[in-house]
Design a protein around this ligand. Structure first.
Ligand SMILES: NC(=O)c1ccc[n+]([C@@H]2O[C@H](COP(=O)([O-])OP(=O)(O)OC[C@H]3O[C@@H](n4cnc5c(N)ncnc54)[C@H](O)[C@@H]3O)[C@@H](O)[C@H]2O)c1
Length: 521
């Protein structure tokens, strides 16, 4: 449950990736190239392959309808869970449109997705699906043009022989990941959270409705259960409903469940609860909508290739990213909050689920929605079994072959001792069940961390290392102390990291060449 993980404070300032705190950008169309969008009335056959934006390469379509490729729109698709889900979609030959403003991710994730997809398709001997990326804030006005550009105008003839022109979108489903997700940050900046997570959702739904796109998967969270997590049993979807509904329990007793929210501890949790409630209301008033809310518990791990993983722009707060920072030497130790819970080892118990299982859960939800979806339905995505914080630490220690220093701290307000999902509904209705173990999560995560450490060193990127080396050479030449070198490297390092993350490697290389010329002159 992310309301636990996100609230793990750092023991030292993070510097794993450029470590500015999570920023909340203004709504902007920066980087969005309207000229490159597919045009509204492009012919169906043939020219859809030219529909890429921002100069991304275009590949042969798999999913087609009446000669045009159809897409899944993934909003927030370069983030941690989004990128793994996009990869899963592409591996299943779905064409994908990614919208992301990179507020908490990097464009380099797209390269990894393309590489892994190309590899998969080569091995399987299948054509590579379309991948369109739009760097865009989903709340911006450009979203309308984007949706329009994937829409055909079709003529229909009604029973009275009257000709009507209607929109038909080539976007078959939307998966909406984009949101701010830090519990701590949401306590400091509640309006930013309501703006992005709730207001953004409302306008998105209006736009989608206009273009006739009604299959919608929403990233919800176990945080909606609030203090119901303390009930001492696995959490069931029935524990939080948005409209009164009849429920028959295992003993055959029927009751009417009433909508309620109990103990939502922070604005982030409320954004998820409100979003679900809005989605349930929308679905109740317009039968066209098929909406699934997936309540994730604690997604961890990454693609076994080690090429994709959790790499937030802001300070890492979830348990496993913090653990990996400790392993990489970026943090001194992990703070463990609460050692006196009523659990076997005294530390809190959570439901960790491999991100690949979460990604597969989206595939199952999308298929279910298209075939049987009706109105609004929530599903838990958890492993169904609890792992204590200490067990999680031990699993990563075993995978890494290193010990992880711990700092024992007291409980924090709002934490719960045990939070585990019931996976029954997802198993019965979606036909989905988790496959990966916590040990597998740890092994895959360590693979990702190892790759990054090998590539970047523990403290930054290759360019950052290079920059610091060159500054060193320069300062040596002028006989300056290493303390100054460190200071200069501290300033230049993040600058080069920034250029690299923004895909400006050529510019970075030019600046380094200029430094070289300056030294030798
Ligand atoms: N990771 C978890 O532990 C967890 C648990 C429960 C629920 N969730 C929910 O799942 C979703 C995805 O989580 P994640 O861990 O992948 O987060 P993430 O921050 O890694 O991914 C979110 C992505 O959305 C993008 N984004 C944010 N606001 C945007 C905007 N206005 N326009 C366009 N793009 C925007 C970010 O740049 C990022 O790439 C979120 O809604 C989160 O609340 C996550």
């Amino acid at each position: 449950m992310d309301n636990y993980d996100d609230s793990l404070p750092s023991s030292s300032p993070a510097s794993w990736s450029p470590s500015s705190p999570p920023t909340t950008p203004e709504i902007s169309d920066d980087g969005f190239d309207i000229e490159r969008l597919p045009s509204l009335f492009e012919s169906r056959a043939g020219n859809a392959e030219t529909a890429g934006s921002n100069g991304r390469e275009l590949l042969s379509p798999q999913h087609v309808s009446n000669g045009s490729p159809t897409f899944v729109l993934v909003i927030g698709g370069l983030g941690y869970i989004g990128s793994h889900t996009v990869l899963e979609l592409l591996r299943a030959s779905q064409n994908v449109i990614i919208v992301d403003n990179l507020s908490n991710s990097y464009e380099s994730v797209l390269d990894s997705i393309k590489l892994l997809t190309a590899n998969h398709c080569k091995v399987e001997g299948i054509p590579v699906p379309l991948i369109h990326f739009h760097r865009l804030d989903y709340r911006s006005r450009s979203m309308r043009f984007l949706l329009e550009s994937y829409t055909d105008l079709v003529m229909t003839i009604d029973a009275g022989g009257q000709q009507n022109m209607t929109y038909r979108s080539r976007i078959e489903s939307v998966i909406h990941f984009a949101a701010y997700k830090s519990v701590v940050d949401s306590l400091k900046h509640p309006l930013r959270y309501y703006q992005n997570n709730v207001c953004g959702l409302v306008s998105l739904l209006q736009q989608l409705d206009k273009y006739g796109i009604h299959n919608f998967i929403f990233s919800s969270s176990a945080t909606v259960y609030g203090t119901k997590s303390n009930s001492g049993r696995p959490l069931q979807e029935e524990d939080v409903v948005h409209h009164a509904e009849e429920h028959v329990d295992l003993a055959g007793t029927s009751s009417v469940l009433q909508p309620s929210a109990v103990g939502l501890s922070c604005p982030y949790a409320r954004t998820k609860y409100f979003s679900e409630a809005i989605l349930a209301d929308v679905a109740a008033t317009n039968a066209a909508w098929r909406i699934v809310a997936l309540r994730y518990f604690n997604p961890v791990g990454c693609d076994p290739s080690g090429l994709l993983g959790e790499n937030p722009r802001g300070e890492a707060t979830n348990l496993y990213p913090v653990l990996t920072q400790v392993l990489a030497g970026v943090r001194k130790s992990l703070d463990v909050f609460g050692t006196d819970w009523a659990t076997p080892d005294g530390t809190a118990i959570r439901d960790f689920i491999h991100v690949l299982d979460v990604a597969r859960g989206h595939m199952a939800a999308m298929a279910w929605n298209a075939a049987r979806g009706d109105g609004f339905r929530a599903f838990n995505l958890g492993s169904g079994s609890g792992t204590s914080v200490l067990e999680a630490v031990r699993s990563l220690e075993a995978a890494a072959g290193r010990s992880i220093p711990l700092t024992w701290s007291g409980r924090r307000p709002g934490d719960v001792g045990v939070c585990v999902a019931s996976t029954e509904r997802a198993q019965n209705e979606l036909g989905w069940s988790p496959h990966e173990s916590v040990a597998q999560c740890a092994a895959d995560l360590w693979n990702f961390v190892k790759r990054r450490m090998a590539r970047d060193g523990t403290s930054g990127s290759a360019l950052q290392e290079l920059a610091s080396l060159r500054v060193n050479v320069k300062l040596d030449r002028f006989g300056l102390a290493s303390a100054r070198h460190n200071r200069a490297a501290c300033i230049l390092g993040p600058f080069f990291q920034f250029l690299e993350d923004e895909g400006r490697k050529v510019l970075a290389a030019e600046i380094l060449a200029w430094i070289d010329r300056y030294h030798s002159s």
